[in-house]
Design a binder for this molecule. Structure first.
Ligand code: ATP
Length: 248
């Protein structure tokens, strides 16, 4: 139900290539129905944290050396990435990951297939995604690689929604997009959060936008969570923004 703890990342340590330490003990929690922003400069460890949460670090030659991650009681680090998707933990990777050679609708369908949806469910879920992103319906037969950056990000998010997430994880959804498109995407995420109680964890370098829509934020610096608090509070702390987030 609303407010119960859904994800716990506990003192996570991660290294790449047995050498580079990327995380020095990161802890965070997400309650059902909340939006948590993971903030920090380039290289702070945001992507490493998110990939760990989907148990994708091994694919990057990375390794968790300490700590644990639990999602709704499931031991994430002992669960295959594809099984995490079936359990409702779904991630949109950095860089608007969609299959560039497939058309928009084919991309969306892969999200349903990944979850093991039936044909009927896929048809229903397509209509739902098109009602959220009407622009995608108009482009459903277009090759994804030829659509705009915003459309590719919406396709990537739509594909994740086709997997019926209970926790949606997004890595830098604003990256490379124009302000109006960013606003449009964040408003839609917020409305999914409010209407369905969908929990959202998003990593962002764009802290201004993230703090505007998030309930809480955790700030990473050099692989350590240095600050955690209500977005509303962090938003109004100029010192925090200047010091940790590199804003002037
Ligand atoms: P960005 O916004 O650039 O993705 P980030 O906050 O997500 O930054 P990470 O990508 O998690 O940071 O990087 C954390 C540290 O791990 C950095 O020092 C980075 O150079 C290193 N790192 C990340 N990915 C790899 C990799 N595949 N191999 C080796 N080192 C890596």
């Amino acid at each position: 139900s609303q407010g119960e703890i859904q994800l716990v990342v506990d003192r996570l340590e991660a290294v790449y290539n047995h050498a580079i330490v990327a995380l020095h003990g990161v802890s965070l929690t997400i309650r059902r129905g909340e939006i948590l922003a993971l903030l920090g400069a380039n290289g702070a460890g945001k992507s490493t944290t998110l990939k760990s949460i989907s148990n994708l670090l091994q694919a990057e030659r990375g390794q968790i050396t300490r700590g644990s991650i639990h999602f709704e009681g499931i031991d994430v680090l002992r669960t295959r990435p594809s099984d995490l998707v079936r359990h409702g933990l779904v991630q949109v990777l950095e860089g608007r990951h969609c299959f560039r050679a497939l058309n928009v609708e084919e991309n969306l369908v892969t999200g349903g297939l990944g979850r093991g949806s039936s044909r009927v469910e896929i048809v229903q879920d397509l209509e739902r995604v098109y009602s959220i992103f009407p622009g995608l319906k108009a482009k459903r037969r277009e090759t994804s690689g030829l659509t705009s950056g915003g459309e590719q990000q919406m396709t990537a998010i739509g594909r994740a929604l086709m997997s019926r997430p209970r926790l949606l994880v997004l890595d830098e959804p604003s990256m490379g997009l124009a302000p109006l498109i960013i606003r449009d995407i964040f408003r839609k995420l917020k409305s999914l959060n409010e209407s369905e109680g969908l929990s959202i964890l998003l990593a962002e370098q764009n802290s201004t936008v993230a703090l505007q829509y998030a309930d809480r934020a955790t700030v990473l610096e050099n692989g350590v969570a240095v600050l955690e608090g209500a977005a509303e509070v962090l938003r109004n702390r100029d010192d925090v923004r200047a010091f940790y987030l590199g804003e002037r």
